[in-house]
Design a protein around this ligand. Sequence first.
Ligand code: HSE
Length: 435
Amino acid sequence: MQAINIGLLGLGTVGGGVAEVLRDNQAEIARRLGRQINITAVCDLNAERAAQLCPQAEWVANPMDLVQRADVDIVVELFGGTGIAKEAVLNAINSGKHVVTANKKLLAEYGNEIFALAEQKNVMVQFEAAVAGGIPVIKALREGLAANRIQSIAGIINGTSNFILSEMREKGSAFKDVLAEAQRLGYAEADPTFDIEGHDAGHKITIMSALAFGTPVNFGACYLEGISRLDSRDIKYAEELGYRVKLLGITRKTDKGIELRVHPTLIPECRLLANVNGVMNAVRVQADMVGETLYYGAGAGALPTASAVVADLIDISRLITADTENRVPHLAFQPSQVQAQNFVGMDDITSSYYLRVQVTDKAGVLGTIANLLAKEGVSIEALIQKAVLDNNQAEIVILTHSTVERNVKTALRAIEALDSVGAPVTLIRMESLNG
Ligand code: HSE
């Protein structure tokens, strides 16, 4: 069979990995695919690096020229961002090229426009590498679980945050010290905002939510809360109570609509997800027929991410001659069946909560707090008094039963108004992940 020719936009970490995978595993890939995959054109600012990594490819200065070339079957977009990357992807599709991208931000924010154009032009846009790096979770959601109604997804999908939380737990260090260490090790970007404030995880869970429930992608509906305000005391107290704190991306179909959120979360230490440490990623999917499935692996890095990119190249190469209706739909459901659904605002989600309250250590304070929670129908599952601090201040840690978030927030406003309560209450959501 004729070789498949690709045009590569971007030769950074992942692009270099793609060149390496295609070079080192070419024979194995051809055994599976029945044809070769060649990089015929490459666009990167560094022409020297391009010549070194892709000696057989032609270096092209302008990405908009590359995406129109007649000798390119598939464009691989690895620029990142939503500027030139978006323009190049739309131009590639308009030129009738299939596209593979690792760009979660682009798809979470402009996926609907991109997929609609791709369907109009009869081309495929594949994006396995956009979510959880090397873990084939897009494949699982779109194909492996196609017989199910998916009920919920919970994932550790940002390696940088997971590394920081793992270190804070193991060493008891403060967030800012671990972040500095992560930057020194090259795990965290010089500007780590996207990772630590939940944007990256938000992009990924937004994409998975659309695939799970057959909705358009809707990043605007995703609640984002990162890890930068976490205190290592809360990680320690959580551990004493049998929980770990993880930054989770969560999406769930409920009677009220779809929940879509990213925030630090207490999960029981016995759960597999609680034991995913360092920069590793894991995604748990709950579905009606299969039950719980879990996908674990490297969420970043040159070769794991390239593994996902090349798998997409192989998929497209297999389906390139298939009728459009015989291809896997971009958002897992037939385009006519992708329907906007209601998203549940944070006040209306149902969760259980970890609360840490700093109080003056005197008779009756605990009772008053318990009463204010009870008034809003918030039931306490566990309550402990932690260390007595300076100035006769004590800390009370409360775990609640499952309740509507609005009720907890109303109770917290009343609690924070008490003279005996010295600081804003710390609230961390909890997930039992028990199906
Ligand atoms: N920066 C991401 C992470 C990897 O830390 O997991 C790419 O999405």
